[in-house]
Design a protein around this ligand. Structure first.
Ligand code: HAS
Length: 544
């Protein structure tokens, strides 16, 4: 099992290095929008922030973490380590290829890289390699599962592996969309082989990928909340079968919903947008199941720690334990992230909030909190085990989680309020000619305050991270096993169909065909719909 240590750690080193740089540009964004520290290339900074945090950090962290959960849940070594390391090298090479043009100002296309914004070809080729690297990681997990299945033909799949595999299934189906966009549209266009590209088709393929991408981020956090958090809280998971059902529903509904990012786009019929809106409400359902299951698990934990009454258990939870502090803060923030997601998904309300700062209020509560803060909590749990050192600065880690909670509440609520007044996202407000009521100025200052608190909180995280690696007290044992939770309602009570991948993947494919055939058909019908290239960073020349 020792080989897993360096494999996971190296993925995390790269992931956290990306986060470190990306978070600085987050601070710069919030200060620039408030007019406090405005002089810099806003779009280059926004691209660095989005790509490094949302794409690079998450992919490396998740790949490293899911190797660990695969070994832990299946209780066998990966097949094979050489392939896993090869995947790491491909991921790294892709990251470097994509990062160089961003850093040199030749790929200021934001993390969604919508055409007609054009990047240097190296950016698209790098992203392709990142996707290929993640497929290799998924292949390693698949091969390990198949070997386990051969050795254990009758065994139930452990919940931790259900979560691991669901993450990669959703990811694999989703990345087919972005692979098609990049390979057939963006790379030939950026290399000058074709003069124009089709922005609507590219956006549609991107969002086929882009929405399930958010569940690729979320599901490893759910894995931690379901299979680790109840034990840390001192209890058990309320229902294993309900958790399995939630993961299977994610396979069904993560993908046929992408058009909810395109409600304002022309060329796609409102009936099909309404169908995607309907599926979006269905994809919120497994999260509602999760909220219920986890709240019940926390209630059991609080009661078994001596809490009583309707709310007395709440006070008994271990808020002074850094891992729990990070998890519970992430979960509380996700309640607001979920509510704002449902606002976004409502066709008519979306018209009010689309392309406003409400949207990044939403996604900082989701990927920026539910996911990132959970990953930080996992680091507090796992880094000492992998490094053989005790967690450095337990108090700092506690302060870090709660300042993230406070900073994010200020940041996101300020931006959601400003968004409702029409403040745009992805706009250098310092340079824009919009004029807003004075209250907006105050909200932007409040958002900057949230940004500063968040940045300070992230610095604390890096102090704990590096302190644990280099100066943490050496602990006697080094362990690669995760503290896995037991369940009150166990897997034995779960119907067998909840482990049957073929059924769920099969239904998912049918739903995707129903949701996407008419949409793609309409988009292609109004093609060719070409556009030449454009760069938002005006002083920076186009790549060709
Ligand atoms: Fe979203 C836009 C709809 C979830 C990320 N989303 C975005 C963007 C990002 C993003 C990055 O329909 C911007 C993309 C861009 O750049 O343009 N989103 C939803 C919906 C959900 C949702 C319906 N989003 C996420 C997650 C993300 C994420 C998760 C990242 C990880 N989102 C949208 C829509 C848009 C959008 C539209 C397009 C907007 C536009 O116009 O551009 C749902 O999955 C949310 C369901 C979640 C819940 C919450 C469950 C709560 C739990 C915590 C329980 C807590 C406990 C603690 C138990 C229903 C599980 C104890 C507490 C006690 C009190 C006891």
């Amino acid at each position: 099992m020792g080989k897993i240590r360096s494999l996971t750690l190296w993925h995390w080193y790269v992931g956290f290095a990306a986060l470190f740089v990306g978070l600085f540009f987050g601070l710069r964004q919030s200060l620039a929008r408030a007019g406090i520290w405005a002089k810099y290339d806003y779009y280059q900074g926004l691209t660095l922030h989005g790509v490094l945090n949302a794409l690079v950090f998450t992919t490396f962290f998740i790949a490293g973490f899911l190797y660990l959960t695969t070994e832990n849940s299946l209780k066998r070594p990966l097949r094979s380590y050489a392939l896993a390391w090869f995947g790491f090298v491909v991921l790294l090479a892709g990251t470097v290829l994509a990062a160089v043009p961003i850093l040199t100002g030749r790929a200021s296309v934001l993390y969604t890289f919508y055409p007609p914004l054009m990047a240097h070809p190296s950016f698209y080729i790098g992203l392709t390699l990142v996707v290929v690297g993640s497929w290799i990681a998924a292949l390693v997990v698949l091969r390990t599962y198949l070997a386990w299945r051969r050795e254990n033909p009758e065994a139930r799949v452990p919940l931790m592996f259900i979560a691991t595999a669901t993450t990669y299934i959703v990811w694999f189906i989703a990345t087919i969309g972005v692979a098609a966009e990049v390979l057939f549209l963006l790379i030939p266009w950026s290399l000058g082989w074709v003069k124009e590209t089709n922005p609507l088709l590219a956006r549609t393929l991107f969002w086929y990928f882009g929405h399930p991408l958010v569940y690729f981020w979320l599901l490893p956090a759910y894995l931690a909340w379901y299979t680790i958090m109840p034990r840390i809280a001192g209890g058990k998971l309320y229902s294993d079968p309900m958790a399995r059902l939630a993961f299977m529903l994610f396979i069904l509904f993560s993908i046929p919903v992408g058009t909810h990012h395109q409600f304002a786009d022309p060329g796609i019929g409102s009936n099909w947008k309404a169908l995607h809106a309907f599926f979006t409400f269905l994809v919120a359902f497994p999260s509602l199941l999760t909220a219920f299951n986890l709240a019940a698990s926390l209630e059991y934990a609080g009661k078994s720690r001596g809490g009583s009454g309707l709310f007395g258990w709440w006070a008994k939870l271990p808020y002074g334990e850094p891992v729990f502090a990070a998890f519970i803060s992430a979960m509380i923030l996700f309640i607001f992230g979920g509510i704002s997601g449902i606002v976004n998904a409502s066709y008519n309300l979306n018209m009010v909030v689309h392309n406003t700062s409400f949207i990044f209020g939403h996604f900082h509560l989701t990927v920026g909190s539910a996911v990132t803060l959970t990953f930080m909590g996992l680091t507090y749990l796992i880094l000492p085990r992998l490094s053989g050192r005790e967690l450095f600065g337990r108090r700092l880690a506690l302060v870090q989680s709660y300042t993230w909670l406070i900073g994010m509440l200020i940041f996101s609520f300020a931006n959601m309020a400003a968004g409702r007044m029409g403040v745009p996202r992805r706009t250098d407000l310092g340079l824009s000619t919009y004029s807003f009521p004075q209250v907006v100025e105050r909200l932007e200052k409040l958002s900057a305050l949230g940004g500063v608190i968040l940045y300070a909180s992230s610095l604390l995280f890096f102090v704990v991270f590096l302190g644990t690696l280099f100066v943490g007290r050496r602990s006697k044992e080094r362990s690669f096993s995760l503290p896995v939770t037991e369940a009150y309602q166990t897997e034995a009570e779960a119907p067998r169909v909840l482990d049957n991948w073929k059924v769920w993947i099969g239904i998912a494919v049918v739903l995707i065909i129903i949701a996407y055939t008419p949409v793609l058909n309409q988009v292609l019908e109004i093609s060719p719909f070409g556009s030449p290239a454009y760069s938002p960073s005006l002083p920076v020349p186009l790549p060709r």
